[in-house]
Design a binder for this molecule. Structure first.
Ligand code: SF4
Length: 286
């Protein structure tokens, strides 16, 4: 999907200065243990801030995804072989970095019978074994709606199960064609049916949705008892990706947060540079 008219970035999206001692140290550890992070894969603007406050989002199950969402910078294609050492490598990196809050996400592996749920569980358990004080949040794919796969991840004992709806249902076909809006909502509902864990979801704006469509999606999330919410500005990784239709004003993000808190979300992070795991540790501590 290419676009000819590229919108000029507004001042509120001027990126923070990257680099710094902590960033280099974290990157050294990540390469030592052959680990991917979505922070690096997606070139997240917040990684300096997150790494220096000792949070990072590990991306497991390889670097290639079996899906092809048009907003995502992760490579799509034939997936990598599972690395049986990945759980211990992630746990070793968590220990080496002294991370107190760890977010684990993954590419989507529709090629695996359980979508990679067992591997997710092994990573969570390995982290908890070597860093018992660390809290683990998982940002999971939809496992094609597989209930047992979700139960496997729940049983490993993360503190939060995060699954992004990403956008409003009208835009699914052009933004995340292999996903199903209702299936994603059902996964979030099941977190509460199958466990006492917190649930969390996130949505990007600026893809062409209307204010009312976003508000409706927030109601849909509250309908399935979602606890935590992130809302951030979509930024196109390249001209080949879905175009940015709008740079949403910070006042609108504030309005979304106000409405979401009124609906009963426990905590909401809403702002142009907010990402799924942004300040994740602060959310749970309220
Ligand atoms: S499923 Fe996730 S990792 Fe795969 S293309 Fe979509 S957003 Fe990217």
């Amino acid at each position: 999907m290419s676009n000819n008219t590229v919108l000029r970035k507004p001042k509120w999206l001027r990126m923070k200065i990257q680099g710094g001692e902590n960033l280099n140290y974290v990157q050294k550890i990540l390469s030592k243990y052959h680990l991917n992070t979505v922070c690096e894969a997606a070139g997240c603007p917040n990684r300096m801030e997150c790494f220096s406050s000792k949070t990072a989002t590990f991306m497991i199950l390889g670097s290639r995804c079996t899906r092809n969402c048009t907003f995502c910078d992760v490579t799509s294609g034939a997936p990598d072989l599972l690395d049986p050492h990945e759980p211990e490598h992630v746990a070793d990196a968590v220990k080496a970095l002294g991370l107190q809050y760890v977010v684990v996400t993954s590419v989507t592996r529709d090629d695996l019978p359980d979508g990679g749920a067992d591997h997710f569980a092994k990573v969570i358990k390995a982290i908890k074994e070597s860093s018992p004080e660390a809290l683990v949040e998982v940002l999971i794919p939809d496992f094609k709606g597989d209930r047992d796969a979700l139960q496997t991840v729940i049983d490993a004992g993360p503190v939060i199960i995060n699954h992004n709806i990403e956008t409003v249902p009208r835009l699914y076909r052009e933004v995340r064609p292999q996903a199903v809006y209702e299936r994603s909502l059902e996964l979030i509902r099941r977190v509460k049916e199958l466990s006492t864990l917190y649930s969390k979801s996130g949505i990007m704006v600026g893809l062409g949705e209307t204010f009312d469509e976003v508000i409706q999606s927030l109601h849909d999330l509250r309908e399935v008892d979602c606890d935590f919410l992130t809302i951030g500005q979509y930024l196109a990784p390249s001209k080949e990706h879905h175009p940015v239709v709008e740079y949403v004003h910070p006042d609108t993000f504030a309005k979304y947060k106000e409405e979401a808190l009124k609906m009963g979300f426990r905590e909401v992070a809403s702002g142009p540079l907010v990402r799924s795991s942004y300040k994740a540790h602060e959310m749970i501590h309220g």
